[in-house]
Design a protein around this ligand. Structure first.
Ligand code: DGL
Length: 247
């Protein structure tokens, strides 16, 4: 299968990493809208417009499936994208919810949801979890983490201070939904902050599980050809990909 992966910028490479690790596809076309990242502080209408414009980019490629790695796009624009595209479009929110459900049966367990301002404001994760009966939810926008990851800050005192800023009033959760493409890159630090106790839900791993469960897609590609495109500074994005995807 030849698929597209769309993200607002570089963060979606964390999802690509999982797709590569599990050898799911023969070909991946990655498109990052680096000219307009971040989407997280933007309004729903803007995110929807950008997402529909991204579909035009993928028109050039004859893909079989599109994954929107970006949580912010998944929160606001997935239905609109599905309405316009001639191939299936899969977001990361439903897979994240399913992964949480698979790993946490206790409906009273404390769950922390973190993401961009837009993702948290959309309440997509919170509403879906409430519908499933989870009662103990805390949601926090943690937008500064995006800039830190972009700067290559994956540990250290600055990151610790930022976690302290966002988390100091939160009791240790049993699970944390990493509702943003960038957060898997600081997952060790986030788990460490909570004494390595919480289970972390990572969009990339969640989508691999979801594609198998719902689309019957499982490990089979011997090799994956990955092509990276961007709306700005494609060389910069390719350099990040080399670093983030290296092992
Ligand atoms: N890709 C975005 C997300 O997962 C984070 C970066 C941004 O704000 O555009 O929500």
């Amino acid at each position: 299968m030849k698929i597209g992966v769309f993200d607002s910028g570089a963060g979606g490479l964390s999802v690509v990493k999982s797709l590569l690790d599990h050898h799911l596809f023969e070909e991946i076309i990655y498109y990052g809208d680096t000219a307009r990242v971040p989407y997280g502080p933007k309004d729903a209408n803007t995110v929807i417009r950008y997402a529909l414009e991204a579909l035009e980019f993928f028109n050039n490629f004859n893909i079989d499936l599109l994954i929107t790695a970006c949580n912010t796009v998944s929160a606001y624009a997935i239905t609109e994208m599905q309405g316009k595209a001639s191939y299936p479009v899969v977001g990361v929110i439903e897979p994240g919810i399913k992964a949480l459900e698979n790993s946490l049966t206790d409906k009273d367990a404390p769950i922390l949801i973190i993401g961009t301002r837009a993702t948290i404001a959309s309440k997509r994760y919170q509403d879906a979890l409430e519908l499933l009966g989870y009662q103990n939810l805390t949601a926090r926008q943690t937008g500064l983490f995006v800039s830190m990851v972009e700067e290559g800050i994956f540990e250290g005192s600055l990151l610790y201070e930022t976690m302290e800023h966002y988390f100091k009033e939160i009791d240790t959760p049993q699970a944390i939904i990493l509702g943003c493409t960038h957060f898997p890159l600081i997952s060790d630090a986030i788990r460490g902050y909570f004494d390595d106790k919480p289970t972390l839900i990572h969009s990339g791993e969640a989508i691999v599980e979801y594609l198998e469960e719902t689309h019957g897609i499982r490990e089979k590609a011997e090799e994956t050809k990955l092509s990276i495109y961007a709306s700005d500074n494609v060389e910069g994005l390719r350099a990040i990909a080399k670093r983030w995807l290296k092992d």
